[in-house]
Design a protein. Sequence first.
Length: 446
Amino acid sequence: MFDTLQDRLASVFKGLRSKGRLTEADVDSSMREIRIALLEADVNLGVVKEFIAAVKERLVGLEISKALNPTQQIVKIVNEELIAILGGETRRIRFAKQPPTVIMLAGLQGAGKTTLAGKLGRWLRSQNYSPLLVAADLQRPNAVNQLQIVGERAGVHVFAPEPGNGVGDPIQVARDSITHARNKLYDVVIVDTAGRLGIDEELMRQAADIKAAVNPHETLFIVDAMIGQDAVNTAKAFDEGVGVDGVVLTKLDGDARGGAALSIARVLGKPIMFASNGEKLEDFDLFHPDRMASRILGMGDVLTLIEQAEKTFDAEQSREAAEKLLGGKNKFGLNDFLGQMRQLRKMGPLSKIIGMLPGAGQFKDAINEIDEREIDRIEAIICSMTPKERDDVSILNGSRRARIAKGAGVEVSAVNNLVNRFVDARKMMESMAGGGMPGMPGMPGM
Ligand code: GDP
């Protein structure tokens, strides 16, 4: 989403770095470039002005730091001000002292509300809450059904009006759901409300009525980041009409210019609480202003990467694999490699993972060329081997290789290639013993 902005900022900083000393004119011209970059990324004009003014003010009073050169200091200030624009601290859900905590979701049709209900439910469940999704969108004929499907995928129960009871009253359904949650000991209730194609009186009134009926602890406005400045305007209208506590940005994986994401917290004066960046239920996380800022500045998002790794990597399996690599009793085999590769893939598409590394922006084209199918092929080849072959590739003679190639649907040369690369990589890892990242043997071509 922030590709162009990242590129532009990177070139501003690169230009500065190439100069030994910064004159006032250098600083002025880079501020101008940053301003244009932000405007071109569709950031709200008021926000841009405020941002540039804040950065300039700090630059004037800048004390020469011994640790940082002038360019680094500018990057640091821009980073800090960007974090401030994005809302400062990460804002977490305020849970009720007396459960259930009620979270109401509102937004336009197609914003991604229903999907988000599932994502939020799944996320809460992973933290040992027992959430209940409530279908209070009775406008669209298919909405209840859609929420039920999402709930099933997320492993979260859905409270919905009995089928055949006519259109039903969403306010009554919402009210009943709270009683139901109390009786059945659900501790978080997520109320999905009806959306419209545009903000209108009727939508506002219904949302306000549901809000009055369930008295939510958090009212979240879900907004599609791809719709640009309209996102900011709808959020504002909605906040004035109904009142919101926080915003959820969806479709951050899209290729829109990202200005909405950068403007909304400041214009609204409300925090962005969650970010949704894909159609899958796991494409979802708390919104961290600091991490987003470092991503935009091309400083990478290593914290998110580490967190994802912690979540998905099986520590025991990785430890075993590392031990083998470091010359333990058993040799690191293709089976260990397969296990590690699968864990890595659980973190998401490789291009997404690598994209979080600092400086990844420079290798964007290469990253986009990572062919996941090639990795599928590697997996297929290893899966066509017997356990014994995976443990000890030295037994792979011609006929075994031919059999494996046939099983995996590839040419024998692909099997040879994989085996050779694996043996080389293992040799390299062994010779480095102790260095490198456990569990991530540097397979060329990966
Ligand atoms: P609702 O009308 O607000 O309930 O919106 P839906 O949850 O039905 O979502 C509308 C469409 O957007 C669906 O096709 C979703 O799969 C898609 N969608 C939702 N969130 C995201 C996201 O973060 N990224 C992408 N790429 N698509 C999303």
